[in-house]
Design a protein around this ligand. Structure first.
Ligand SMILES: Nc1nc2c(ncn2[C@@H]2O[C@H](COP(=O)(O)OP(=O)(O)O)[C@@H](O)[C@H]2O)c(=O)[nH]1
Ligand SMILES: [Mg+2]
Length: 208
């Protein structure tokens, strides 16, 4: 019989929200996904859940303007103990072409969620591995750390760089953010690189 490895074994869309009273009434631990529009948040959720089309991905930045909640059923161990958790796809910050007003609006409800959710256990902050972090990335990272939230940085689209370029870009990202090399994991939703490491963190959160 095949070994039952820890994994996300099922995932579904739960709800979308812009206000606290619209958050789903659940008490599972939550993991939030933050980053600029188009950085690969929805693709990462789909990759972890092995379900393309679960979170809507798009070539058009700035499309997700709501908090989107997904339920993930996690197998914790080979004994097949299971636990539910919630993955939260947050609207992208700092998209230049969105108007100032809508940028502020996004900021406000993202911060409200991050400050008020009592179930939030981990934040995946995504940064495109190809480019140095932008001011909005640095500001968001500082904000998350200052608010005492555990942050795992994910450098996305790792398939776009060669192995040697990758190391250079990873240390540049760490330097700009003032983070330690251990705080960053490179991921590709195309090749699946980095997925096992991230999945491990998800399973740890599910055990809490
Ligand atoms: N090459 C490559 N493209 C990616 C990767 N992740 C996302 N993308 C592409 O980047 C675009 C934005 O992705 P999406 O997940 O919608 O970003 P979001 O706006 O942060 O949710 C889409 O065209 C994706 O196909 C990746 O790991 N590698
Ligand atoms: Mg998205």
């Amino acid at each position: 019989m095949a070994e039952l490895t820890p994994d996300i074994i099922q995932a579904d869309y739960l709800a979308s929200a812009v206000r606290q009273d619209q958050y789903p009434a659940i008490d599972w631990p939550e993991i939030a996904f933050v980053g600029r529009s188009n950085v690969g948040k929805s693709s990462l959720i789909n990759s972890l859940c092995r379900r393309n089309g679960l979170a809507r991905t798009s070539g058009t930045p700035g499309k997700t303007q709501t908090l989107n909640f997904y339920r993930a059923l996690v197998r914790l161990n080979p004994e097949d103990d299971r636990r539910e958790l919630c993955l939260v796809d947050l609207p992208g910050y700092g998209y230049a072409r969105a108007g100032q007003a809508s940028k502020k609006q996004w900021g406000k409800f993202i911060e409200e969620y991050l400050k008020k959710s009592t179930r939030l256990k981990l934040v995946f902050q995504l940064i495109d591995i190809r480019h140095p972090p932008m001011d909005s990335d640095i500001a968001s990272y500082s904000w998350l750390v200052a608010h005492g939230l555990p942050v795992q940085i994910v450098a996305t689209k790792a398939d776009k760089l060669s192995r040697s370029q990758m190391q250079k870009h990873l240390s540049q990202i760490c330097d700009s953010l003032g983070a330690a090399p251990a705080d960053i994991i490179a991921h590709s939703s195309l090749s699946g690189a980095g997925k096992a490491e991230l999945l491990k963190l998800v399973i740890e959160v599910a055990k809490e």
